[in-house]
Design a protein around this ligand. Structure first.
Ligand code: URA
Ligand code: SF4
Length: 201
């Protein structure tokens, strides 16, 4: 397991990348997960949303953000006036990491090594998409895209020009669900998504 680079296809299109990623063994996470969950959305998307890794539901369905975190994200997109047809969603890590507790599968945080191993997929997606705005959802995506010293809590909701995209970091939608005051956490999340919406128009 020396990273995803050796699994990249010769031709970089989203369908070719998706097909190749299905067979990735660039780190150990492919072993216990059901399938690779690749990004989804149109190749001309103005907005790229990058999460952490697929959750339980995403692992079973093979699509990103189709579980509880996805419902929070969908609601914020709608309330910020971002059209779903302009959005591509993906994750920093493409396989579900978990520990089993009886029948339940408990989400595990991807390690730095796993984030690094999986980065070639995200980089390839970004090179094809060239999104106007890249929304960085939570610490794992921030580590992948903005480096280990970036602090989401300090710089969330700031438009950060990066090459030809504008990055906007915010908390992960799952953090909204876990927050002691969910409404306040959601309002903060929505405010950051609105910054992204403005940056893309
Ligand atoms: N959380 C993520 O980071 N990504 C998903 O696809 C689902 C939940
Ligand atoms: Fe490959 Fe990423 Fe899955 Fe690891 S998590 S096996 S690098 S696709």
């Amino acid at each position: 397991n020396t990273g995803a680079a050796r699994y990249l296809p010769g031709e970089h299109t989203l369908p070719e990348l998706r097909r190749a990623a299905a067979g990735c063994r660039g780190c150990g996470l492919y072993r216990d997960a059901t399938q690779t969950v690749f990004g989804e959305g149109p190749p001309d998307a103005r907005f790229l949303f990058v999460g952490e890794q697929p959750g339980d539901k995403e692992d079973l369905e093979g699509a990103p953000f189709v579980g509880p975190a996805g419902r929070i994200l969908d609601r914020a997109l709608k309330e910020a006036g971002i059209d779903r047809g302009t959005v591509y969603v993906t994750n920093a890590v493409k396989h579900f990491k978990f520990t089993s507790k009886g029948r339940r599968r408990i989400h595990g945080r991807p390690s730095t090594a796993e984030i690094d191993a999986c980065l070639p997929w995200l980089t390839a997606e970004m090179e094809i998409l060239r999104p106007a705005v890249t929304v960085v959802l939570g610490a794992t995506a921030a580590r992948a895209l903005l480096g280990p010293s970036f602090r989401v809590t300090r710089h969330r909701g700031e438009p950060l020009p990066h090459g030809d995209t504008i990055m906007v970091a915010t908390i992960h939608p799952s953090a909204v669900l876990r927050a002691p005051n969910r409404d306040a956490a959601y309002d903060g999340f929505l405010a950051d998504i609105k910054v992204a919406a403005r940056a893309g128009t």
